[in-house]
Write a protein that binds this ligand. Structure first.
Ligand SMILES: [Zn+2]
Length: 471
């Protein structure tokens, strides 16, 4: 995975700089100077870049190179067909060391600055005695110059300034994985993005719940983020507030991203199983040929439902679905054909499922209301909103998109969402209605999925077997 990492790669970026005569010289001295240059690297980081040059350059025979301007743009010629000589005279070596030293002199020395809050580009450059004209030039570097206008605290700038006070190179380190390397040209600057790929490792964790899911996952070494992800994957089948019992257990296969054997952050959960009150649910992460990623049960069903159980984060259910209740405003027997979720004013209301806006606007009684038409003749209704989101009739809406904000418009005594779930025009209890699953794996993807699923399930089983054996 680390195949792109190439020591000294940042130096190799010089190959198209303003110092054309130095190009070949540089190439020839790389073998000698890499060690010395590594010592000069301000960060000491080993960096990689997207377009690596052939490794043969390191072994290139230096004597064949003449600092000849006529060849400055032709890189392939000196390398082509040239046999690599393995012997070097001491004089050659000294000569090369001298050239490398001269080059270092021309490029100047590095000054590293860590960006702090309140810093801006002008002041940082000014502190290095670099004119605002150069700031203008470098921020206008094609492709990457503009990135410098978005510097953030904690990132670093490394200035390379020669004895004439010229900024010859600049490295903007955005993160552990990404930096931009600027080098002076005759016209201005040119830049290259240097991106590192983290090494991805697969990890396994399992635990049995004694008190809470969070305690159990902490013991298993899972981060809070992964625990949340785990709860999200199974949240459609298991209510993690109400349903969790002592003795429930889980197993997780997940990815971790490393750089130089240091862990950067967690990756995705690849597969997991959760046993809740004796029933085991298993989820496999799968990316289909169109690039859509989701979690599926081993038989290819989506882990999600086509509908959210409740389209709002509510504080309590203030009125249940009841075909025969006393209406709070009219004090007469009137059916309550939805469920009322009490929630603070302006709590976002989400579309319960994918569909199209059937109606959005004002209706007597319902106040500000949204109707969404879903597949299979299902309509959901969201009433008494304080504000409506910016949707139009007929527009597509995705599950979880905010369509309105809780209010008490129409016939309502306090802020709440009145939510209805209608199937073929019939009102159903939104709290208990059996929700359809989201779309399963497409038939055309089933062969790929089955292979992955089989592999993951055997991994889950094998890993937990190992765990038992070592206990
Ligand atoms: Zn209601």
């Amino acid at each position: 995975m680390n195949s792109r990492i190439h020591p000294g790669a940042s130096r190799i970026n010089l190959r198209r700089t303003q110092f054309p005569r130095l190009h070949l010289l540089l190439a020839s001295t790389i073998a000698f100077s890499v060690m010395g240059m590594m010592a000069l690297l301000p960060s000491g980081d080993v960096e990689a870049k997207r377009n690596e040059i052939p490794m043969s350059i390191d072994a290139f025979e230096p004597n064949s190179v003449k600092p000849d301007n006529s060849k400055k743009d032709d890189f392939s010629a000196p390398f082509a067909g040239k046999m690599v000589e393995t012997t070097q005279t001491e004089a050659d070596a000294k000569d090369q060391a001298k050239k490398a030293y001269d080059l270092e002199q021309q490029l100047g020395t590095w000054h590293t600055v860590t960006i702090r809050s309140g810093d801006n580009l002008s002041s940082l450059f000014k502190a290095q005695k670099i004119s605002s004209n150069v700031v203008h030039q470098i921020t206008n570097t094609p492709e990457f110059g503009a990135a410098l206008t978005h510097i953030l605290p904690g990132q670093s700038l490394e200035f390379r300034i020669n004895s004439q006070g010229t900024l010859t190179q600049l490295r903007y380190t955005k993160s552990r994985l990404e930096s931009i390397f600027f080098s002076k040209t005759a016209q201005g600057y040119q830049a290259e993005l240097i991106a590192l790929s983290p090494q991805v490792k697969t990890a396994f964790a399992s635990s049995t719940i004694e008190s809470s899911l969070f305690m159990a996952s902490q013991e298993a070494g899972l981060s809070e983020n992964l625990t949340m992800e785990l709860a999200n994957i199974f949240g459609w089948d298991i209510d993690f507030v109400q349903d969790i019992r002592r003795g429930d257990s889980f197993k997780v296969i997940y990815e971790e991203n490393y750089l130089d054997s240091e862990k950067l952050h967690d990756g995705d959960i690849l597969a997991a199983s959760f046993t809740n009150q004796g029933q085991t649910y298993t989820a496999i992460r799968f990316t289909d040929s169109k690039g859509n990623t989701d979690y599926y049960s081993p038989d290819g069903k989506s882990m999600k439902k086509a509908f959210l159980r409740s389209p709002v984060d509510f504080t309590r259910i203030s009125s249940r679905f009841n075909p025969n209740r006393l209406h709070p405003v009219f004090k007469t027997r009137r059916p309550h054909r939805g469920v009322d979720y009490a929630a603070p004013m302006n709590t976002p209301i989400k579309a319960a499922g994918d569909g199209r806006i059937q109606f959005i606007g004002w209706q007597n009684g319902f106040g500000n209301v949204v109707y969404i038409q879903h597949p299979n003749n299902i309509v959901t209704v969201y009433a008494h909103a304080n504000k409506l989101a910016n949707f139009k009739k007929g527009q597509k809406v995705r599950q979880g998109q905010i369509i309105a904000y809780v209010g008490k418009t129409g016939w309502a005594t306090g802020p709440h969402l009145h939510y209805e779930f209608r199937v073929n025009g019939e009102h159903r209890n939104p709290v208990t209605v059996k929700l359809p699953d989201a779309a399963p794996i497409a038939k055309s993807e089933m062969v790929n999925f089955s292979q992955l699923s089989g592999l993951m399930i055997s991994q889950l089983e094998k890993q937990s077997g190992t765990m038992l054996a070592t206990q």
